[in-house]
Design a protein around this ligand. Structure first.
Ligand SMILES: Cc1ncc(C[n+]2csc(CCOP(=O)(O)OP(=O)(O)O)c2C)c(N)n1
Ligand code: SF4
Ligand SMILES: [Mg+2]
Length: 340
């Protein structure tokens, strides 16, 4: 690449297979020898963001560890669609834990490997938002507090999807779920603003916390690679749109994830030992309505009449994120460009 300029469109998320690039600059998914950790034939819905996210994450982790990886998976869609007995789509050593104890099982796997002197084998725990922010929260906090050598990945689709789209602690305000219906003047989810687990993880001062989405493959892969270069407790929170639960078109998964970022509703950042070290700036800010309108879980905000008060309240959440993380003009912390 000496003396040759590389343009954004040659290295962006959609250029994953650009074989003109130096191998080191290509995305992991462009590698014909990638692990295919979550291979085809599983039963996820078409356009499932969680399946996409898990594939990116685990292939990147397999690459970073030379294939020496053990994965512990909480109960949820990711486990159910991938392992209908006696079949499996996983091409990694993979354990299914209970719904609520994946971080503890992962910590146990890491301790066992250490006791066997096999520090080269790394451990990832993973689960949905319900398994992470609600029922598994105590085990996860313990894993953070003990600084166990585990990367825990939460695939956040903002509800309990596997059991029929019930509200979780990560469900955002006004979203319609099976347990937060739109009835009369009740406008979907009325419980708080959703649990901010990345910030709670940062409060544990663990070595690494990051957020990402399935809209930016290179960013996600780079964060996994960085996480696997570190030891101790690490946490990655990935926004993964769910066409079934969100009421989005299956072809819109990546677009919806991108709009979540560009509206300011999902800040993408990294933090080390409790301090934000990098943010991904918003390139082209969009109104929150552009993001919400694509999802039938928010249809009641637009029809039969537009709920400007609720839209304004959601817009204020985005505004607050933009201010807190400096997503538009960030001067205090480094902006780490993931692509060269
Ligand atoms: C102790 C316990 N309570 C409830 C369940 C039923 N259950 C299985 S998966 C699930 C929801 C999973 O939601 P989430 O963690 O967000 O993952 P998703 O399916 O959305 O990917 C529930 C309620 C269970 N398996 N165990
Ligand atoms: S319900 Fe949602 S999370 Fe579950 S398989 Fe379907 S798209 Fe994926
Ligand atoms: Mg979920």
């Amino acid at each position: 690449m000496n003396g040759q300029r590389t343009f954004f469109y040659q290295v962006g998320t959609f250029a994953v297979g650009n074989r003109l690039l130096d191998p080191a600059m290509r995305a992991g998914q462009a590698d014909p020898d990638r692990a295919n950790a979550l291979t085809s034939g599983h039963r996820a819905c078409q356009g499932c963001g969680e399946a996409l996210g898990a594939r990116y994450v685990l292939d990147a982790a397999m690459r970073a560890t030379g294939g020496k990886l053990v994965v512990v998976n909480a109960t949820g869609c990711l486990e159910v669609f991938s392992t209908p007995y006696p079949e499996t789509s996983w091409r990694v050593p993979w354990l299914h834990s209970l719904f609520g104890n994946a971080p503890a099982v992962a910590a146990g796997a890491a301790a066992t490997l250490r006791a066997q002197g096999r520090d080269d084998v790394r451990v990832i725990g993973q689960g949905g938002d319900g398994g992470t922010v609600d029922i598994g929260f105590g085990c996860l906090s313990g894993m953070f507090e003990r600084n166990d050598d585990v990367l825990f990945v939460c695939y956040d689709n903002e509800a309990y999807m596997n059991t029929g789209v019930q509200r979780s602690g990560a469900t955002p305000p006004a979203a319609r779920t099976a347990t937060t219906p739109v009835v009369g003047d009740r406008s979907g989810n009325r419980f708080g603003q959703g649990k901010d687990l990345p910030v709670i993880a940062m409060a544990h001062r663990i070595p690494y916390v990051a957020t990402a989405t399935v809209a930016d493959l290179r960013d996600l892969e780079a964060k996994v690679a960085h996480a696997m270069s570190l030891h101790g407790a690490r946490y990655l929170h990935v926004l993964v749109p769910c066409p079934l639960g969100w009421g989005t078109a299956s072809g819109d998964t990546v677009r919806v994830a991108r709009l979540a970022v560009e509206s300011g509703l999902f800040p993408v950042f990294e933090a080390e030992h409790g301090e934000v070290t990098a943010v991904r700036p918003i390139r082209r800010r969009v109104p929150v309505a552009d993001y919400l309108r694509l999802q039938t879980r928010y249809r009641h905000l637009f029809t039969p009449t537009r709920c400007d008060d609720v839209l304004d309240a959601i817009g204020a959440v985005a505004e607050d994120n933009i201010r807190r993380y400096g997503l538009i003009e960030h001067r205090d912390v480094e902006h780490r460009e993931v692509s060269p």
